[in-house]
Design a protein around this ligand. Structure first.
Ligand code: GRF
Length: 191
């Protein structure tokens, strides 16, 4: 059984999709830790419902990014985490976390990278008049939304309803994240 951590700051629909895939046996894995930097976020409630252990922290209670990342790394190490999955974690990952988990940390982003990096990718692509939208899963490196791409899935959308577009993006994200994690874990099994 592989050991995953998921990092999230908000709603947590991707977190829940991954947890469900573990519970249902689609993934031969367990989410052993959910890390969240926003104590009131919806994802905290979802973790409680699924009985997933959490580390919920307020960055302002630490002196620096390096300080809270050292604590995160200690908790990941203690939980024996093999793969870290960022799912709406709204912080740039710093040197401490990257130093410990580079190559074992992936992120999901709601655009076809390298287009539309950053926190407002869906709105920006929509405003730009994009006709083919999509989702990217990539390794995390020091550059924002910049690491090597692992998987992408595209779909056409020419409607005018950003809410509908967001729902379509989420509907692509959840299975793509689960499938991609599954592939990475199978590759790990072969090594
Ligand atoms: C997703 O759109 C993901 O691509 C982006 O943040 C959003 C998180 O959504 N990085 P949720 O919290 O998983 O519902």
């Amino acid at each position: 059984m592989h050991r995953l951590a998921v990092f999230a700051s908000g709603n947590g629909s991707n977190f829940e999709a991954i947890v469900r895939a573990c519970e249902e046996g689609t993934l031969c894995a367990e989410v052993v830790l959910m890390v969240c930097d926003k104590p009131g976020a919806g994802v905290v409630e979802r973790a409680a419902r699924h009985g997933v252990a959490t580390f919920v922290f307020s960055p302002k209670e630490y002196g620096s990014k390096a300080d809270y990342e050292r604590e995160i790394v200690a908790r990941l190490d203690a939980a024996g985490v093999e793969l870290v999955c960022l799912a709406g974690y709204m912080r740039i990952v710093g040197d401490v976390l990257l130093g410990a988990y580079a190559g074992r940390m992936i992120n999901i982003h709601p655009s076809l990278l390298p287009a539309f990096r950053g926190a407002h990718a869906i709105e920006q692509a929509f405003e730009y008049g994009v006709k083919v939208f999509g989702v990217t899963i990539h390794y995390v490196d020091a550059e924002l939304d910049g690491g090597r791409i692992i998987a992408q899935r595209a779909f056409p959308y020419e409607g005018h309803d950003i809410g509908e577009l967001e729902s379509k993006i989420h509907a692509v994200e959840h299975p793509l994240y689960v499938e991609t994690i599954g592939k990475l874990l199978k590759e790990k099994d072969k090594k």
